[in-house]
Ligand binder design. Structure first.
Ligand code: EPU
Length: 431
């Protein structure tokens, strides 16, 4: 019987300030949706600036299960080629879907293309329930029959019909599924209270280059002129936008370790409110044409902050902000408005001596001068990255187990931090 590999560890020691240039990869939360969107039309697609992360491999596996050919370019490490055949099998099987939440976005394009789709209910991160009711309701309003039965979302339609859908909350996934379904609806669809994340703007640009007629991209009202079928859409090439959450991770690492770093490729305009918070904490940030230059000259000051849909401070930044506040001067209150269960990593930070109290969706963080390195566990991608950031501000080594989660969203977190001078490496837990 094959022996399971020992869980991966990240081992961090605090030390010198960070210095140098680090380049951000393409955005996970964009590329996964672009890959799903290719299902809308037959042809050969080339996606550039694609991060080599586990979730991209999982989405590739899903596209292959549906009938596509997916392969990395042999010369360009960040280029992915997808060949979508004339016929696809619109079934996303449980054994792939349960491994990553973003898989639910194949529902809209498969339904649009085939008039039917079966998608196993998605799995995903370990931070509480992640319902799909808004996806289901929205598609129903566009004329689909959608049922959640036997662990699957099953959708069917003779013809999707344009209409007005008002989302109860600007859900990223629901906006994306509806957007991709609406391009094949007959007539005009208006999605109100749509999510406005840069990754949705990127998806709109890709769909437009495939021939979709969309207005309002980047705003909370999207208007899609559907032609009743996907047959007029064509394959296209696209360069993925930079990953603002990866960029935020490096800024947070700098905030904790101090120093001066250029985050190459990061888009200041995608991260404005976060940058304003970091500036309030004492960092100096400058948006440049090809990245963000950041200086962290001293121990940071605490701030309060609340997570909100874009352009608010993203929930994905919160674990990094909490890690930064753990060693900042003063008290900061962080309020989570998207995923109430997203505080699990706080117990791990407490093991490192952080003074954090949580009450419902609030965390009160009283900064201590220095954390104390300890063995901790990563429960999801961002938690693993945040514990790595926290480790930079701790006395003694921090050993993060279950660090394989980090590879779902980061191509080379450890190598990148190392290149900036951090004392960080990977290891294997002894079994
Ligand atoms: N929600 C519902 N019903 C739905 C859909 C969502 O109640 O039908 C709720 C969720 O439970 C949550 C809120 O609405 O409370 C927001 O969820 P949303 O649908 O916006 O999130 P998502 O599409 O599932 C994406 C990102 C997350 C990111 C959130 C919020 C991807 C693959 N994931 O998730 O990223 O936290 O938007 O910005 O795009 C990550 O990258 O680590 C990550 C978790």
């Amino acid at each position: 019987m094959a022996v399971e590999p020992a869980p991966e560890q990240i081992i961090v020691s605090s030390g010198s300030p960070l210095e140098g240039t680090v380049r951000v990869t393409g955005a996970k939360n964009s590329v996964l949706k672009l890959m799903a969107a290719t299902l809308l039309a037959e042809g050969s697609y080339r996606l550039s600036n694609v991060p080599r992360i586990v979730d991209v491999n999982l989405m590739a596996e899903l596209l292959r299960a549906v009938g596509c050919r997916v392969q990395w370019d042999t010369n360009h490490t960040a280029e992915l080629h997808i060949d979508v055949p004339a016929e696809i099998t619109p079934v996303a099987p449980y054994n792939i879907v349960e491994r990553f939440r973003a898989s639910v976005v194949v529902l809209g394009p498969m339904l649009a293309r085939c008039g039917e789709a079966t998608v196993a209910l998605p799995g995903g991160d370990d931070f509480g329930p992640r319902p799909v009711d808004m996806h289901v309701r929205g598609l129903t309003e566009l004329g689909a029959q959608v049922e959640v039965v036997h662990g699957n979302i099953e959708a069917f339609t003779e013809q999707l019909l344009g209409g007005r859908v008002v989302l109860e909350f600007p859900s990223v996934g629901a906006t994306e599924n509806l957007l991709m379904a609406a391009v094949a609806a007959k007539g005009i669809t208006v999605i109100d209270n749509a999510a406005r994340e840069p990754e949705i703007f990127d998806l709109c640009c890709f769909l437009q280059s495939m021939g979709a007629v969309i207005s309002g991209a980047g705003t909370s009202t999207l208007m899609i002129e559907g032609a009743g079928t996907t047959q007029w859409l064509q394959a296209a090439d696209h360069t993925v936008i930079p990953d603002r959450i990866v960029a935020a991770t490096y800024l947070a690492a700098l905030g904790v370790a101090s120093g001066e770093v250029f985050v190459e490729g990061a888009r200041y305009d995608h991260m404005e409110l976060l940058c304003a918070k970091l500036a309030e904490m004492g960092m100096i940030l400058t948006g440049e044409a090809d990245g963000i230059r950041a200086i962290s000259p001293r121990r940071l000051d605490s701030v309060d902050c609340s997570t909100l849909p874009y352009p608010g401070v993203a929930t994905d930044y919160k674990p990094f902000l909490v890690a930064m506040l753990a060693t900042a001067s003063g008290v900061g209150i962080v309020t989570e408005n998207l995923f109430p269960g997203r505080f699990r990593y706080v117990d791990e930070l407490r093991r490192m001596g952080a003074d954090i109290r949580t009450d419902a969706h609030h965390a009160v963080v009283r900064g201590v001068e220095r954390l104390s390195g300890a063995p901790v566990r990563a429960h999801d991608i961002r938690a693993g990255a945040a514990l790595t950031v926290a480790g930079l501000g701790a006395e003694g080594p921090t050993i993060i187990t279950d660090a394989h989660h980090v590879r779902r969203g980061y191509e080379n977190l450890v190598g990148d931090l190392e290149s900036l001078g951090a004392d960080v490496r990977t290891g294997q837990a002894s079994t």
